[in-house]
Design a protein around this ligand. Structure first.
Ligand SMILES: [Zn+2]
Length: 119
């Protein structure tokens, strides 16, 4: 049975199906990668918070992953919000996924500032 929204997928323990949908693979993911010029936004220092400092030198790194800052499990309502998605390289993504979701709560205060101009 096809579940219509992200919350239903999450509640069914099938959130990975979201990442297999054409809406994600053909629309949302390429849209964010293009917005971010296929560059890892963490390596670029564009994405940071006091609780999650990025101390790396600024550099260009090819982004291969689009990450949800507010994870699907907790915030399915933000699954398709461009401000909640960020392009990351594999290394940064692994580091970010290793953290607990509440490491990102500082971003909430930044949310109004994350707009097209900043990116
Ligand atoms: Zn990176």
């Amino acid at each position: 049975m096809k579940k219509s929204n992200v919350r239903e997928l999450v509640e069914a323990g099938e959130k990975n199906k979201f990442y297999k949908r054409a809406e994600w693979t053909d629309k949302l993911r390429p849209m964010i990668l293009e917005r971010d010029h296929y560059e890892c936004q963490r390596c670029l220092h564009k994405w940071d918070s006091a609780e999650y400092p990025n101390t790396r030198p600024k550099k260009l790194t090819r982004a291969r992953t689009v990450h949800h800052v507010y994870p699907l499990e907790k915030y399915p309502e933000y699954a398709k919000e461009p401000w909640n998605m960020v392009s990351l390289c594999n290394r940064c993504h692994n580091e970010v996924e290793g953290r607990k979701w509440f490491s990102f709560k500082g971003i909430k205060k930044k949310k109004p500032e994350i707009n097209e101009e900043l990116w």
